[in-house]
Design a protein. Structure first.
Length: 368
């Protein structure tokens, strides 16, 4: 019993002594107490309130959006059998169509889609102020579905192109266009995704996906942000027969601007070419359990082309371009196409169990 009492007295003295020391430390050195306190996490900055109206953005952008009306003579045959149609004389009918465009300069340059003006003989532009004027085709680029028109006017209201637009999923966007022939129709939605390049509708894809309604006639119209800056050119939507709803696409203004500038300067787009085609690799499981893809496979190499001369062969894996990791074949080909013909690129390549670094001098892409 006495031994138990001794143990209890010993523990009691130790606890009292510890509390006394802690009191003295906190009393005489209060800063020491702060070291044992967990830092409070900073509260996130409150988001700015969403505007009650986007009328100011529309007022800023709408005067630069135009309606496009086209006419084209289209061959027509009443015989459904293609074999019997061979050698027949065709009847021609006048086909009327419509679309949208965006004025990008005060002296009358207009951006639109290639498919809006493809194979047409007559183009008329309806301006925001009601004037209707003829337009000519400066040039077009089927590979990105972009075209540039010109009207013979000065002092026009031009769109403000977003400078280095930081487009995030969830951003509010507005589509303005000649929807179903209803000029300057405005629809609202959000950015659903960026960098969409797997629609297989064009050789070079980098779409903004949005749920803002994009209907027939919207093609070539404006996709703007909440400030009224142009961030994209509306181009297409997934068809009703797919079962999709509210899935539309726009070409980013950064790509549209690059294509437009080349069309205005050269009449067409000059693209760099590596002389090879590529496919994505299958994703693999990483050591941490995540799924990732590293590199793209070389599917085909043009003999004596830039890739061939750089030592690249079918079956190789491109791991990096100019020091930047590569994991998407479509994005890689888009990045190459946007270089200047004659420029030099650095490539990191894997081949079976070895890897090497090489350099290729790009040439101008031949017609597809």
């Amino acid at each position: 019993m006495s031994k138990t009492l001794e143990i209890m007295l010993f523990l009691s003295r130790a606890i009292v002594t510890g509390l006394a020391i802690a009191f003295l430390v906190i009393y005489f050195w209060p800063s020491m107490a702060d070291r044992f306190q967990q830092p409070k996490p900073e509260a996130p900055a409150p988001s700015p309130p969403a505007p009650a109206s986007y009328a100011d953005a529309v007022d800023r952008a709408a005067p630069a959006v135009v309606s496009i009306y086209t006419r084209a003579l289209m061959p027509q045959s009443t015989d459904p059998d293609p074999e019997r149609r061979k050698g027949q004389r065709y009847l021609y009918r006048m086909q009327h169509d419509m679309g949208s465009g965006v004025i990008v300069s005060e002296d009358g340059y207009i951006l639109t889609n290639h498919h809006v003006i493809n194979m047409v003989q007559n183009i008329r532009i309806a301006l925001f102020d009601g004037r209707i004027v003829p337009a000519t085709i400066v040039g077009s680029d089927p590979e990105t579905d972009l075209a540039v028109l010109k009207v013979n006017l000065q002092g026009l209201s031009a769109a403000t192109l977003a400078e280095s637009p930081e487009i995030r999923v969830g951003d509010v966007v507005l589509a303005i266009g000649n929807s179903l022939g209803l000029s300057h129709t405005v629809t609202m939605g959000i950015v659903s995704a960026t960098g969409r390049n797997d629609l297989r509708s064009l050789p070079y894809e980098d779409f903004i996906q949005t749920d803002a309604a994009i209907n027939a006639g919207n093609s070539g119209g404006a996709l703007i942000n909440a400030n009224g800056d142009l961030i994209g050119i509306s181009t297409r939507k997934l068809g009703v027969n797919t079962g999709a709803q509210n899935i539309g696409f726009a070409i980013p203004v950064s790509l549209a601007k690059r294509v437009m500038e080349q069309i205005i300067e050269y009449g067409s787009v000059r693209r760099a070419w590596l002389g090879a085609s590529f496919v994505d690799l299958r994703p693999s499981t990483q050591p941490d359990g995540s799924i990732a893809r590293s590199g793209i496979a070389v599917d085909w190499v043009a003999e004596q082309g830039p890739a061939w001369q750089a030592g690249i062969r079918q079956g190789d894996v491109i791991v990096a371009l100019d020091g930047n990791p590569v994991n998407d074949a479509n994005q890689f080909e888009l990045a190459i196409s946007q270089r200047e013909p004659g420029s030099r690129v650095e490539l990191n390549v894997g081949r079976r169990l070895e890897s090497f670094q090489t350099y290729a001098t790009l040439i101008q892409q031949p017609p597809l």
